[in-house]
Design a protein around this ligand. Structure first.
Ligand SMILES: *[C@@H]1O[C@H](CO)[C@@H](O)[C@H](O)[C@H]1NC(C)=O
Ligand SMILES: *[C@@H]1O[C@H](CO)[C@@H](O)[C@H](O)[C@H]1NC(C)=O
Ligand SMILES: *[C@@H]1O[C@H](CO)[C@@H](O)[C@H](O)[C@H]1NC(C)=O
Ligand SMILES: *[C@@H]1O[C@H](CO)[C@@H](O)[C@H](O)[C@H]1NC(C)=O
Ligand SMILES: *[C@@H]1O[C@H](CO)[C@@H](O)[C@H](O)[C@H]1NC(C)=O
Ligand SMILES: CC(=O)N[C@H]1CO[C@H](CO)[C@@H](O)[C@@H]1O
Length: 408
């Protein structure tokens, strides 16, 4: 038996390509963590996809999304997280041992020129509150562990000790939705702990949640205090100017207010009409796959236009302030582009339309520029308003799935 295994291993080493390019990732659970835990107390973990060829010394760390526990008050928040703790977004007991590569993590050079051969770490999201928090709270007959902060600290340590990211050439910290927020929050910390000769960028996808009337932030500090055990300093690992003000501390969780403290080049991927914000924050329910916004009342349309206006204006300011950053922001109703081939590298999702500038294409150029220290202009902000990027306005393309996409 042992000999057979040895022979297989040898075969693997000889035909390296086959063993490493099969597109499968193994689940790695961190069972000896100090304080890292999923909501239900089970171990945290990630899927590891081994890099090959020239990608062997580069790492994509991608943070999974999946909404958050919410509620008008702390009791509702705890109840939602209690329910969540019984699902794969709150417990590693439900995770499969192997993940198949797809979308953002594809190992296909054509659709994913930036990362196809890189080492990929797909971090499983199980803390329930946006990669933030450090508290254990008894609830019903159990204890809920809000450990977003501890989890990230220990994941990074684990990657340093076991995967050699300290001697890598480049690290891209990315993620979709809640994971996009995580990429905004954690790039400062990552930059601080990683050797300065390692190139680091962040590429948050659909994490640019905007401060907009209608999002109720007035209670948020109570939840943040609950989940951090009153230690607000961990809300942003590298600090935040609004920490002491109850009415403003929510801003520490909103990217537009903390961009100035990010020390790495950030490539922002977002929609100007983020469908999670439309559906779940602004509660706009008139959007349908067949008719887009056509069935919406003028009140709803006003809110939609305000979202576009605020997002566009903020992104323009970032462009002016951060010439070495990049932005890809499209005028279509969608949320999270990097997890599906259609929205990541498909020709219907380009800014401007029919330009060939897909997320996959422009992110790859951005990364190649970082590797060769040649910075160019990397701003792709859709200048036309909905529905004039007609390739992706949902009115003609049957596969526009924005309405089913409930993941944050
Ligand atoms: C807690 O209660 C739930 C529902 O009544 C039950 O399914 C679960 O097994 C209990 N857990 C423990 C640890 O007793
Ligand atoms: C708050 O958390 C930080 C980071 O873990 C820690 O260094 C600090 O001691 C904590 N402060 C308090 C008052 O517990
Ligand atoms: C949406 O509007 C179209 C015509 O513009 C109409 O045919 C359709 O029934 C409407 N759908 C709903 C759900 O109101
Ligand atoms: C946003 O609204 C302001 C005020 O109404 C207006 O001046 C500005 O042109 C709008 N910007 C965009 C991008 O629509
Ligand atoms: C879309 O394009 C048409 C034709 O060029 C123009 O009339 C219309 O104002 C545009 N709509 C928006 C929202 O930009
Ligand atoms: C939408 C999608 O295909 N997402 C996938 C991104 O990659 C991870 C890891 O392989 C999968 O678990 C996701 O399903």
């Amino acid at each position: 038996m042992k000999t057979l295994l040895f022979l297989l291993l040898l075969l693997c080493l000889i035909t390296l390509a086959y063993c490493q390019q099969d597109g499968k990732g193994n689940l790695v659970l961190i069972t000896d963590a100090k304080s890292a835990k999923c909501l239900d107390g089970s171990p945290i973990g990630f899927y590891f996809f081994q890099g090959f060829g020239e990608g062997q010394d580069k790492f994509l760390i991608y943070l999974q999304g999946g909404g958050l526990c919410q509620g008008e008050n702390n009791e509702e928040l705890l109840e939602q997280c209690y329910q969540r703790s019984k699902t794969a977004l709150g417990s590693s007991k439900k995770w499969s041992k192997i993940a198949q590569n797809s979308g953002n993590l594809s190992n296909n050079q054509q659709s994913n020129p930036a990362f196809y051969n890189w080492n990929k770490i797909y971090v499983q999201y199980c803390d329930g509150y946006l990669y933030q928090g450090s508290a254990s709270i008894p609830y019903k007959n159990t204890t809920l562990h809000f450990k977003g902060y501890d989890n990230m600290v220990e994941i990074f340590n684990y990657l340093i000790q076991n995967y050699g990211i300290q001697s890598s050439k480049m690290i891209v910290l990315s993620g979709g939705s809640a994971g996009g927020l995580g990429a905004f929050y954690w790039n400062q910390y990552l930059r601080k702990i990683i050797n300065s000769n390692v190139i680091i960028i962040a590429a948050p996808d659909s994490g640019f949640f905007i401060d907009i009337p209608g999002s109720d932030n007035s209670q948020k500090y109570k939840q943040l205090d609950l989940l951090t055990n009153g230690n607000r300093s961990i809300i942003q690992p590298q600090g935040c100017p609004y920490l002491e003000q109850n009415d403003l501390v929510y801003k520490c969780s909103q990217p537009q207010f903390i961009i100035d403290q990010m020390p790495v080049p950030v490539f922002i991927i977002n929609s100007l009409y983020d469908s999670y914000t439309l559906n779940y924050i602004l509660q706009i329910n008139c959007i349908t796959p067949a008719y887009g916004l056509q069935n919406c009342s003028s009140q709803d349309i006003q809110k939609v236009e305000l979202l576009r206006n605020l997002t566009f204006t903020e992104l323009q300011q970032i462009q002016a302030k951060k010439p070495n950053w990049g932005i890809w922001a499209i005028s279509c109703l969608y949320h999270v582009f990097s997890e599906s081939i259609i929205t990541y590298s498909g020709s219907n999702y380009e800014v401007p339309m029919n330009s060939d500038f897909t997320v996959s294409h422009v992110l790859n150029e951005f990364i190649q520029q970082q590797l060769s220290s040649q910075s160019q202009n990397n701003f792709y902000i859709d200048q036309v308003a909905y529905p004039n990027n007609s390739n992706c306005n949902g009115l003609s393309s049957f596969y526009n799935k924005y309405i089913q996409n409930q993941q944050i």
